[in-house]
Structures are given as structure tokens and as C-alpha cells.
Design a binder for this molecule. Structure first.
Ligand code: PBG
Length: 329
């Protein structure tokens, strides 16, 4: 009780503040998303994600070496697939010599100890821009799971350490885990996008991969029939607990900032590491406001990342990973 307690004593100067700080950001917290394209010598800036790039395999190699030297030890791979290789079943996803499979090998050859996680969903491979097979205006669940499992196996064979299913089909973790076990990939992990919301914050990412749902008659224009309703909270726990029962090693909440209540709910309930994905739209907002001179880029970035960690994130996937590591030294 005041005046016996004066909380400001612990805020007097940086020495005491840093001593009592409850959450510290380190390079170990981060998972770095990387976008990969075909070609040679390609480093293309993504229009709606300033200072973020798509890399061809040769430059990907350079990039992962740089990340490793900065202390960033895990990457999450995404590929941009040429239109002529897309179809409704996303069959290119299973090509053992596809871009993702080559990207996994490229990273592992360049930096053998780098932890490689891969996105598993059909959207970059789908002619309709959906995470699953489209049939009569609906996204098929179990038929999609069969492909996602094969896709995961293909990534495991190429050398992925973890597969990260981001599709939100029911039961996909069970199907993927079962196939990996059957094929002897006992040590390939699964990071499940467990509470993934149907969010408008994915816009810039869909630009980066040209993977947005197409505007064609009888094709769903959004992903609300599989991704979660932003209004729901209890459902996130149900999804997450099911994924853990089905074999997920790590669970994820996505997007980040708007969903930190969900992160805390899950952190309090589960006994596996919790990842948070600060998504493309969150990145774009900070970049845009900073470009206009309306916000202090570094301060806002650090505050948001700190908030994500404080909410309970053990792992943070963010496009700011390099910027943050440079900032915190
Ligand atoms: C694909 C996928 C998406 C993101 C990660 N994996 C897009 C989507 O579901 O439409 C979004 C990442 C971001 O916005 O940064 N299933």
C-alpha cells in the first residue's frame, strides 16, 4: 500500500528496468518466413511488403547463410508456383523435383543445421487459389487431406524438419502424422496452424504468391468455410486441443496482434510450444505508417513483437525477424 509501496522505484533507470523485465526478445524466438521463386539471380521486392523479397534458389542460399550468421536458426518456406503448373488438385505439390522440394534441399545444403519448416496447403498450387480441392462450390475435406499427407511426406523426404499445415481441414494432422509414421518419418515434426482465422490481414501474402481465391462463378471468394471466424474464442481451444491429440508438436495462432487473447487462452491450456504468426498485413501496416512518417518504425515493431511474446508466444513467425535482430544487437 502507498506510501510503503512505490512501483516507480523499479522503473527508475534502464539498469533496474532491464533487471526486472519479464519478457526478453532473442534471436531464438524467431521463425523466418521465406518466399521462393523459379529462376536465377532473382530478388524481387513484394509490392505490398516493402523490403521483403522473393528469392530464386541461388539467392535463397545466400539469404539463409546471412540469417544463420545473424543467429536466426529456423525458416518457414513458401513457394510461388507458375500458373501453368496449377490445377484444382494441386498435383505439382507432390512433384519430388518441385520448387519446394528443391528449396528444402538448397537450404539444407547451404546451412545443414538450419531448422527447415514448410508450408503445407494447396493454395499456391491451386488454380482456384484455395487450400483444398474445390468441388461444386465446396472445399472437399478428406480428399484434400489425402493430398496434404502426400505433400508432407514429399517435404519430409526432401529433408524438411517440420511440416506446417496451414489449410484448416478437419483431421489433417492425424492423416499427416499417420502417413509420416507409416513411412518411417518418426522425427519429422508438425507445427499445426491450429487457430487460423479467416483474416483480411493475409492480403499482401496472397500478392506475394499470387495465391488469392479466384473471382470465378461458383468458386468461393473467401476461405470462411475452413478458416475460423474472427468472432470466436472457445472454438480456438477446441481446434488446438484436437490438433494436439492428432499429433501436433507445436500449435500456432494466426494472425498475431488482433488475436493475442487467443494466444494467452491457449498458452494457459496446452503443454506444447505455442507459435504466433505476425502476418503480412501486420507487417504492411507498420511499413506504410512509417513511410508516411506517422509512426516510429523500430519502436512500434519492437513493441508489437514484445506484446506477442508477453501474450504467451514461444515462437514468433515474423517478416521483421532480421530487422528486430539488428535492432536488439
Ligand atoms: C496459405 C497461407 C497463408 C498464409 C500462410 N499460409 C494465406 C492464406 O491462408 O490465405 C498467410 C501469411 C501472411 O499473411 O503473412 N495457406
Amino acid at each position: 500500500m502507498y506510501p510503503l509501496r512505490r512501483n516507480r522505484r523499479l522503473r527508475t533507470n534502464e539498469a533496474i528496468r532491464s533487471m526486472v523485465r519479464e519478457n526478453i526478445i532473442t534471436p531464438n524466438d524467431f521463425l523466418v518466413p521465406l518466399f521462393v521463386v523459379e529462376g536465377k539471380g532473382v530478388k524481387e521486392e513484394i509490392a505490398s511488403m516493402p523490403n521483403y523479397y522473393r528469392y530464386s534458389l541461388d539467392l535463397l542460399e545466400k539469404e539463409v547463410k546471412e540469417l544463420w550468421n545473424m543467429g536466426l536458426k529456423s525458416v518457414l518456406l513458401f513457394v510461388k508456383v507458375p500458373d501453368n503448373l496449377k490445377n484444382n488438385q494441386g498435383t505439382e505439390a507432390l512433384n519430388p523435383d518441385g520448387l519446394m522440394q528443391r528449396a528444402i534441399k538448397t537450404v539444407k545444403n547451404a546451412v545443414p543445421d538450419m531448422l527447415v519448416m514448410t508450408d503445407v496447403a494447396l493454395d499456391p498450387y491451386s488454380s482456384f487459389g484455395h487450400d483444398g480441392i474445390v468441388h461444386n462450390g465446396k472445399i472437399l475435406n478428406d480428399e484434400t487431406n489425402a493430398i496434404l499427407s502426400e505433400m508432407s511426406l514429399s517435404h519430409a523426404r526432401a529433408g524438411a524438419d517440420f511440416v506446417a499445415p496451414s489449410d484448416m481441414m478437419d483431421g489433417r494432422i492425424f492423416e499427416i502424422r499417420s502417413l509420416l509414421e507409416d513411412e518411417g518419418f518418426h522425427n519429422t515434426g508438425i507445427m499445426a496452424y491450429s487457430a487460423k482465422y479467416a483474416s483480411a490481414f493475409y492480403g499482401p501474402f496472397r500478392d506475394a504468391l499470387d495465391s488469392a481465391p479466384v473471382d470465378v462463378k461458383d468458386i468461393p471468394k473467401d476461405k470462411k468455410a475452413y478458416q475460423m471466424d474472427p468472432a470466436n474464442r472457445i472454438e480456438a481451444l477446441r481446434e488446438t486441443k484436437m490438433d494436439i491429440e492428432e499429433g501436433a508438436d507445436i500449435v500456432m495462432v494466426k494472425p498475431g496482434l488482433c488475436y493475442l487473447d487467443i494466444v494467452r487462452d491457449i498458452k494457459n491450456e496446452v503443454e506444447v510450444p505455442v507459435a504466433v504468426y505476425q502476418v503480412s498485413g501486420e507487417y504492411a501496416m507498420i511499413k506504410a505508417a512509417a513511410e508516411k512518417g506517422w509512426l516510429d518504425h523500430d519502436a512500434v515493431m519492437l513493441e508489437q513483437i514484445t506484446a506477442i511474446k508477453r501474450s504467451g508466444a514461444d515462437i514468433i513467425a515474423t517478416y521483421f525477424a532480421k530487422d528486430i535482430v539488428k535492432l536488439i544487437g
